[in-house]
Design a protein around this ligand. Structure first.
Ligand SMILES: [Zn+2]
Length: 379
């Protein structure tokens, strides 16, 4: 396989991806150069994981895979009386979509000889990074906020990662992780381009599972936007490879209480604008400063989709309605279904269109929290 190169969106440098790098010399994040995509005949059909698409991944070796990550079910369900498809990313090894990114990122980190890693997160990413570090036999430390929910730390601890609690804001946790970059490699799911190389396999899977055609619409809960970027990259590659004639519309869903992309979307800006975040039960997408803001906004516009926000009081009813279909998801994932209600009502999405709702995380991750909401009668 060809040696991959990075591209810096700020200064234009193009370093080769043959050494551990988490950002450009100029301080900007890096992106991987365009991939060549995949043809349907190159898929390894007997491989029931994302590694069926290994021919299209920016890796030098032929990775063996880890825990069967990817190839998650795409099921037919119902929403507001319309037939929709639910993509169960909640059925990944660690219970969230993050495993796509983590698996490909660690395959790359093993190739370039990283000896120890750290990351900042108290949620799904922390659990996923800790797990794939363990599988890669790379020592791992996760920086978490001092007040992080115990339930979220248990999965990280179970994978054997060291947990370092930091007092202060979420930003203080990120700064502590940045300060540790001299001691170990910053394996940040928000910065590492190979994480997005992993999430692009979501596009490939939807295309293959729908009989080698793209859906009309895809709704995705969005914090930093790694699934939006992965879908944009994946469908862009399939389009250039002549495998799809058009791209699906991408709808990035955020909680109204913490929607970093809402103002720039409305203002047709390419950079983030100041806003006042409030707490939300969709904590997995409560993100104030996404790293690749311009790329996410451009991906939405390129797809002719949009940014959608959902009211706080619409999230739990959506979670309950999904539960009645056997789909127990965390509040963050329920935002995508809540957004579909809005888009049906507005006429943005037609009920006869082929629409995919990406359910990003399992309800088992947030069972205590959801239980508390049920008990206080907020449903
Ligand atoms: Zn640069």
């Amino acid at each position: 396989m060809a040696r991959a190169t990075y591209e810096c969106p700020a200064c234009g440098r193009t370093p080769v991806a043959d050494r551990p790098l988490w950002r450009c010399e100029c301080g900007s994040h890096l992106n991987l150069a365009r991939g060549r995509g995949i043809g349907r005949r190159e898929i390894i059909r007997e491989e029931a994981s994302l590694w069926r698409y290994r021919a299209a991944l920016a890796l030098e070796s032929d990775p063996r895979g880890f825990l069967g990550e990817g190839w998650t079910p795409l099921v037919t369900g119902e929403w507001e009386g319309a037939q929709v498809r639910f993509k169960l990313e909640s059925q990944m090894p660690t219970g969230s979509f993050k495993d796509r990114g983590s698996a490909v990122m660690f395959a790359h980190l093993l190739e370039v000889g990283v000896e120890r890693v750290h990351e900042d997160s108290s949620g799904n990413a922390g659990a996923s990074i800790a797990t794939y570090a363990a599988l890669s036999r790379i020592p791992c430390r996760i920086y978490v906020p001092a007040g992080a929910a115990r339930a979220k730390l248990v999965q990280i601890a179970a994978a054997g990662a060291e947990i370092r609690a930091i007092s202060g804001s979420r930003q203080a946790v990120s700064e502590a992780a940045l300060a540790a970059t001299g001691e170990s490699f910053y394996a940040s799911h928000n910065w590492q381009p190979h994480f997005i190389e992993g999430t692009k396999t979501l596009a490939y899977e939807l295309w293959e599972q729908l009989g080698f055609r793209p859906p009309d619409n895809i709704l995705v809960p969005t914090g930093y936007g790694s699934n939006i970027l992965g879908l944009d990259r994946g469908f862009g590659e399939l389009e250039r490879a002549g495998e799809v004639a058009r791209r699906p519309r991408l709808f990035a869903v955020q909680a109204e209480n913490c929607a970093a992309f809402a103002l720039p979307w409305q203002a047709r800006a390419e950079t983030l604008l100041p806003f006042s975040p409030k707490p939300t039960i969709a904590d997995g997408i409560a993100c104030e400063r996404p790293v690749r803001a311009a790329e996410v906004l451009r991906a939405l516009r390129r797809s002719r989709g949009r940014l959608v926000t959902v009211a706080e009081n619409a999230i739990l009813p959506a979670l309950v309605a999904l539960g009645r279909q056997g789909l127990f998801v965390e509040p963050t994932a329920a935002t995508a279904a809540a957004a579909l209600t809005r888009l049906f009502c507005a006429g943005t999405i037609g009920r006869d269109e082929l629409t995919v709702v990406v359910l990003t995380g399992s309800g088992l991750k947030a069972a205590e929290r959801v239980g508390a909401l049920f008990e206080t009668g907020e449903r």
